[in-house]
Design a protein around this ligand. Structure first.
Ligand code: GRG
Length: 304
């Protein structure tokens, strides 16, 4: 039972901490370094994946699995997979050819700690291992369910999802005329698609109804946009000490963001409205979705 992972399921910080510990234990096991010189790439994968991030996406996998009585073993496999895939995206995003960042999760970025080539390989290793993990029988006994999970993550992470969003974002560095609709689409692809997968994973593993699935995806899209607005606000107002990553980069690059278009107050109001809308999609799940409601509030209030 997933609820057994949480020492106090009514308290979000405790539940986040317990979930992160359980997911990290699975990632530790999956990334046990082998003997031989290839151990270096495992070191880099561990460095990035076990660094102190919020583990939000795996938390959403666990909470969505909780709605449908999915076993802890299945849920943790999917949770580890999404965190590894997310970490790959951060490693590659930080590379000199992309965002060229020195700081991530409060530490030197993977390419700074190792080197560019090792960081590229560490990202590739995490991306491919994520799919390997989903294909394992520990993830689900039914091959059709495993296949559906793999397809759903591939769509979310690929060129019609996160990779496509990243492409638009790179082009936007030279096109400062993006309007709110274009930014919303960019962010839905770049960050929203992985949130949607995380919430849908519980419905796929629990063979839930199409209505439940749609509600969870709708929740994820609204919550994901609110998350991104909060990220833009942190970039505009936060510090590197608080966030553990470089800040002020959007304004320096003259990039159009939710904050540059809506202003600080407008962006904050919009984020709050999106969270109300996100939580509205959870009504049918009753009390069982309380942690999902609380995490939605958390994503806009966070300081890192
Ligand atoms: C390189 C294919 C490729 C994609 C990169 C997600 C992404 C696309 C880049 C990340 C850059 C960035 C800062 C995006 C803003 C939103 C975001 C994904 C922030 C990081 O996620 P958190 O805050 O990070 O959940 P932690 O470290 O807590 O896991």
């Amino acid at each position: 039972m997933i609820s057994a992972l949480w020492s106090d399921p009514t308290d979000l910080p405790t539940a986040l901490r317990d979930s992160a510990a359980a997911v990290d234990a699975v990632i530790e096991r999956l990334l046990a370094p082998p003997d031989g010189p290839e151990a270096r790439v495992y070191e880099a994968m561990r460095y990035a994946a076990l660094a102190p991030g919020k583990r939000l996406r795996p938390f959403l996998v666990l909470t969505s699995c909780h709605l449908f009585g999915v076993s802890a073993c299945s849920a943790l496999q999917a949770a580890a997979a999404i965190e590894m895939l997310h970490t790959y995206s951060l490693i590659h995003d930080d590379l000199p050819a992309m965002d060229n960042s020195d700081l991530r999760r409060g530490r030197p970025t993977c390419h700074k700690e190792f080197d560019d080539a090792t960081a590229i390989l560490a990202g590739d290793g995490l991306l491919t291992l994520a799919f390997e993990v989903l294909s394992e029988t520990d993830t689900h006994g039914d091959p059709a369910v495993r296949c559906e999970l793999i397809q759903s993550l591939a769509k979310a992470a690929g060129s019609a999802g996160m990779v496509g969003g990243q492409m638009i974002d790179l082009l936007a560095e030279h096109d400062h005329s993006l309007d709110i609709g274009a930014i919303t689409r960019l962010q839905r692809l770049k960050t929203g698609a992985l949130f949607a997968f995380s919430c849908e994973a519980g419905a796929i593993l629990g063979k839930a109804s199409i209505e439940s699935r749609r509600s969870l995806v709708a929740y994820a899209h609204d919550m994901g946009l609110a998350f991104q607005i909060a990220d833009d606000l942190l970039d505009a107002e936060g510090s590197a000490e608080e966030t553990g990553k470089s800040v002020g980069r959007d304004a320096d690059a003259g990039k159009a963001t939710f904050v540059s278009i809506l202003g600080i107050d407008g962006a904050r109001t919009q984020a709050k409205a999106l969270i109300d809308q996100a939580n509205h999609h959870l009504i049918a799940f009753g009390d069982k979705a309380d942690l999902m409601r609380k995490v939605a509030e958390f994503v806009v209030a966070r300081r890192s």
